[in-house]
Design a protein around this ligand. Structure first.
Ligand SMILES: [Zn+2]
Length: 126
């Protein structure tokens, strides 16, 4: 005991952004998320692939050679990383994307059709 306890820093991320469940659909073309507050969302592999923020994709966007779409792409592998993000590998052999949960939740909200929200709270689902 030094009498000088270190107070652990707060998490550098929103712990509520981490879903309680992230499941690949059988066709591997969609990931379904469920959050602790009951919100649910489904994000397609093509949307996720086109929103990859890794250095390579960022560079390709800057160079203007980032693909416009990823028709028919699937998720090969989904691996949670340290509670703040998920690592996704895609069927086009691109496996450098680290997607923070908070980013995925933002994407789900952003991608939501106002008529049919991707993020739905049970109370709102009539
Ligand atoms: Zn990427």
């Amino acid at each position: 005991m030094t009498g000088f306890e270190q107070v652990p820093p707060g998490p550098p991320f929103d712990p509520d952004a981490m879903p309680v469940e992230a499941a690949l659909t059988r066709d591997r073309a969609t990931i379904r998320f469920t959050w602790r507050d009951g919100a649910q969302a489904a994000l397609s592999a093509s949307l996720l692939r086109s929103h990859c923020r890794c250095a390579w994709c960022t560079r390709d966007r800057v160079l203007g050679c980032f693909p416009v779409g990823f028709e028919g792409i699937t998720v090969k592998h989904l691996e949670p990383m340290g509670g703040y993000a998920v690592h996704l590998a895609f069927s086009d052999e691109h496996a450098r994307g680290i997607f923070p949960w908070a980013y995925l939740r933002d994407l789900a909200i952003e991608a939501a059709d106002p008529e049919q929200p991707a993020v739905r709270h049970p109370a709102e689902a009539a």
